[in-house]
Design a protein around this ligand. Sequence first.
Ligand SMILES: NC(=O)c1ccc[n+]([C@@H]2O[C@H](COP(=O)([O-])OP(=O)(O)OC[C@H]3O[C@@H](n4cnc5c(N)ncnc54)[C@H](O)[C@@H]3O)[C@@H](O)[C@H]2O)c1
Length: 352
Amino acid sequence: MMKKRIGLIGYGGMGKQHIKRISESRYVEVTGVYDNDEKKDYSFISKEIKIYDNLESLLANPSIEIILIATPNDSHRDLAIKALASGKHVISEKPVTLNVSELKEILSASEKYNRCFTVHQNRRWDENYLITKKLIEDNTLGDIFYIENRVQGSRGIPNDWRRNVDQGGGMLLDWGVHLLDRMLFLFPNQKVISIHATLNYFLGHEVDDGFKVEVTFDSLKKAYLEVGTTNFIELPEWYVVGSIGSAVIEDFELNGKYVTLTGELAKEAIPIETGAGLTKTMAPRNDDSIKTFPLPSVTSNIIEFYDNFALAIDGQTDLMIKHEELLRLSTLIDACFESSQKNETIKFPNGL
Ligand SMILES: NC(=O)c1ccc[n+]([C@@H]2O[C@H](COP(=O)([O-])OP(=O)(O)OC[C@H]3O[C@@H](n4cnc5c(N)ncnc54)[C@H](O)[C@@H]3O)[C@@H](O)[C@H]2O)c1
């Protein structure tokens, strides 16, 4: 296959990262860039990439098949619809839009103009997520009851458009769309019956600087998601509780472990003294009934994402990031905002 040509809109932090990654792809290449900042510094861009000084001329170039949108969140909808109407296939950065109704407009345009559309949900390729997924899929921990996933830092929100509500700033739209997207795959074939969210405004910006979200599935199993930007001590990124074991992944460096029953039936617990009390329930297990293991290793390559899009355009495969997944995610993110605003649990009586 000849490499499909990509026109990139937005030459900021993520735009540059896309160019770097796409240079490793066998199926796609970036040949054009447009950014609406006239003072943009292009001194480090490859000579092979043409800089456009307006969007229309980028969209009018027939050799460009794909438009990749890496601009602030409030611009994704209009840019995507314009590019689809110009006959381009489109990849948008996350969060795809600020709400589900805007997403539906893009998906209608994708159908109307018969062009492929997807979203860069790249954190499905994170190793910490893939390790968690492997432990669950291999049934290492038994029946999964509960999963926590959090990301915490102490630097606050970057001082750019991410602090503006009109531009889709805030941590729910930033990290929340990754954490919730992935969590839904860890409870396969289960519907969400309710969601409860609390957004934090500790830093006094107009957008959330962190959040806590509890998701309940129709099996009554639960997921907990948390993002914080005011945490100088971070809690574990992943904590998974199953019927015969638990796993923890502490950090991005993949420190962690899992612990499982060895197969022997649990011996009768002997009550122990803890603090000022006595407990049998919480007595720690002896080493003869549990075993501790290092985390399994996984391999991951984000280039798959771009290659999949090129192959999907030619009808050789299905999109990895599917429209129905995006709709479900966006509906749930809207529900998180509503839940936090009303301080209510949002219920989905028929499951979502
Ligand atoms: N998937 C990820 O891991 C990841 C990581 C970071 C950012 N992002 C997403 O990428 C997008 C961009 O984020 P960023 O960190 O690169 O922001 P940024 O501010 O560094 O860059 C945005 C660029 O877009 C340009 N721009 C703004 N409006 C434009 C328009 N209408 N037309 C053309 N250019 C325009 C700006 O001049 C700027 O150069 C956001 O949607 C963000 O959520 C995704």
